[in-house]
Structure formats: structure tokens, C-alpha cells
Write a protein that binds this ligand. Structure first.
Ligand code: NAP
Length: 261
């Protein structure tokens, strides 16, 4: 299916690996030019070079911390007329709520709520003026079913989810060709999940393979998701065909969430 977005420009954050990279790759395969953001320049450059070779689209890379005002300014300056923005940054650390002080909370809210909001604020008016825009926020299944050890994520991302629910439905936005949706990963095979599994394994005296099998066991699909599967859904949310889909929380979890709706 031709998604109708070839030639458009996308900013994809947290894009050197994992889910952000899956989104960038899927968009580039659709002919979308991409601006990739991540902090480590070397890893990012490698990812950008591979994507350039594979897709033939324009792939620009900005090595910066997207959770800082300077980082966002740098990322947004690369291509002023963005059609697509995929917000993403590293998730907050695991832990016990007793250990999180105000600074830990501010950091989580900054990265996983305020950074996406600032990126949207900076790019939305241009999209509205041009009559087309797609914003996809990578959040987490934790906003639908909280994860006990990830309280910072449960809290900070829920704030973003509430804000998006209102903004996406604002007629000034929804009636002018701009959709805003959240993409909620369940358990995906990325370095982030591997480091969480390593922690769980150490705590429970398990091997990494045992911790991994335990993570996959309750998933009806019987396995972790792949960044490619995640990217494919992201590209669809950015497509012309998805123009009537807005304000939604799209859960990708292999059937793990047990509710009927
Ligand atoms: P990952 O494999 O660790 O990849 C994270 C990517 O984001 C990397 O490219 C990383 O590169 C970049 N990044 C991290 N912090 C950044 C920052 N401050 N500024 C710019 N780039 C930054 O993680 P992932 O599994 O893809 O997870 C992506 C998001 O989805 C996270 O918020 C995570 O909590 C959430 N999530 C993931 C899962 C899962 O199963 N994987 C489940 C639920 C939620 P640098 O380190 O070089 O910056």
C-alpha cells in the first residue's frame, strides 16, 4: 500500500536504535526524508548512514539531548517545515517510589511529558498552515496498565496522554489536517528492555535467558515485538489513509492487555 507520504519531512527523536529507529526506518522506506535525533553521535551517524544507503531518501542526523531546550532548538532548526514529528526519549529509571526525590520526578516529567509538548508547540502551527501534519508520541503500555517498577513512567506519561487527548480533539487542530496519536509499546526487543530484564534477572537470581522467557511467557503472541513491527504502525499513523484517526492511544503489545476494549 502506498502511504502517500513520499517526499515529506519527518523529525524522529530517539532514532539511533530501538523503537525510534524502527519508526525512522519505516518512514524512510516510504520515501519520507528524516531528521534523526539521539545523543551519541557515533551510533547515530552509523544508523543514519545505513538508512541513507538502504532508502535513498535524505537522512540528516542531529546528535543532541532532546530533553533540553538547546537540544530541541538544534533538532528543530535542521528542517523548519516538518510534516511529521515522532516524539521519543529514553524512559525513566525503574525503582521504588520512596527513592524518587523531586529532581527525579522533574527529570521524568521533562523527558516524557514536557519534551513532547514543547516539540508539538514548535511544529504544530506550521503543519496547520500547510494543512497536513502527523504527530506520533511514543509512550508506553504503562499509561493503560501501570507497571509497578516504572512509577515515574506511569505518572509522567499519563500527564502527556491527558494533554494530547485534549489537543488532538481541538477543532483548530483536528479540522485542519493534523492528527496527533500516541503509540503504546508493550514489550519490544530493544536495548532498553534488555537492560530492564538484566536488572530483573539480577534481582531474582535468574539468567538473562530465564528473565527473557519469563517476560515473553504471558504475552498471547508468545514473543516480544520487533522495532520493525512498531515502525510499521508508526508509518501507518503518519499516512494519508490515517487522516481520520486522531487522539487515539494505539496499544501494540501482542495481546498482553487483557481488557475487551
Ligand atoms: P532504546 O533501545 O534504549 O533506544 C532509545 C533511543 O533514544 C536511542 O536511540 C537513544 O540514543 C535515544 N535517546 C535516549 N534518550 C535521549 C535523549 N535524551 N535525547 C535524544 N535521544 C535520546 O529504547 P526503546 O526500547 O526504543 O524505548 C523507546 C521509548 O519507548 C522509551 O521511552 C521507553 O521507555 C519506551 N518503551 C519501551 C518499551 C520496550 O519494550 N522497548 C516498552 C514501553 C515503553 P542515545 O542514548 O544515544 O541518546
Amino acid at each position: 500500500m502506498d502511504l502517500g507520504i513520499a517526499g515529506k519531512w519527518a523529525l524522529v527523536c530517539g532514532a539511533s536504535k530501538g523503537l525510534g529507529h524502527g519508526c525512522a526506518q519505516a518512514l524512510a522506506r516510504e520515501g519520507v526524508n528524516v531528521v534523526l535525533v539521539a545523543r551519541r553521535a557515533e551510533v547515530l551517524e552509523q544508523a543514519a548512514a545505513a538508512l541513507r544507503t538502504e532508502s535513498g531518501v535524505q537522512v540528516l542526523a542531529v546528535a543532541t539531548d532532546i530533553t533540553t531546550p538547546e537540544g530541541r532548538a538544534q533538532a528543530l532548526a535542521v528542517h523548519p517545515d516538518l510534516d511529521i514529528v515522532v516524539t521519543n526519549a529514553g524512559g525513566p529509571p525503574m525503582g521504588n517510589f520512596r527513592d524518587w526525590d523531586r529532581e527525579a520526578w522533574i527529570k521524568a516529567v521533562d523527558a516524557n511529558m514536557l519534551t513532547p509538548i514543547e516539540l508539538i508547540k514548535a511544529s504544530l502551527d506550521g503543519m496547520l498552515a500547510r494543512g497536513f501534519g502527523r504527530i506520533v508520541n511514543i509512550t508506553s503500555s504503562a499509561v493503560k496498565a501501570p507497571i509497578d517498577i516504572l512509577g515515574l513512567s506511569n505518572g509522567a506519561r499519563s500527564g502527556l496522554t491527558g494533554f494530547i487527548a485534549g489537543l488532538a480533539r481541538n477543532p483548530e487542530v483536528a479540522a485542519r489536517g493534523v492528527t496527533i496519536n500516541n503509540l503504546l509499546p508493550g514489550k519490544f526487543d530493544t536495548d532498553r528492555l534488555a537492560s530492564i530484564m538484566q536488572n530483573v534477572a539480577s534481582q531474582n537470581g535468574q539468567t538473562l535467558a530465564q528473565a527473557r522467557a519469563a517476560q515473553a511467557k504471558p504475552i498471547p503472541a508468545g514473543r516480544l515485538g520487533t522495532p520493525e513491527e512498531f515502525g510499521a504502525m508508526c508509518a501507518f499513523l503518519c499516512s494519508l489513509q490515517a487522516g481520520y484517526l486522531t487522539g487515539q492511544n494505539v496499544l501494540l503489545d501482542g495481546g498482553l492487555y487483557p481488557g475487551t476494549f
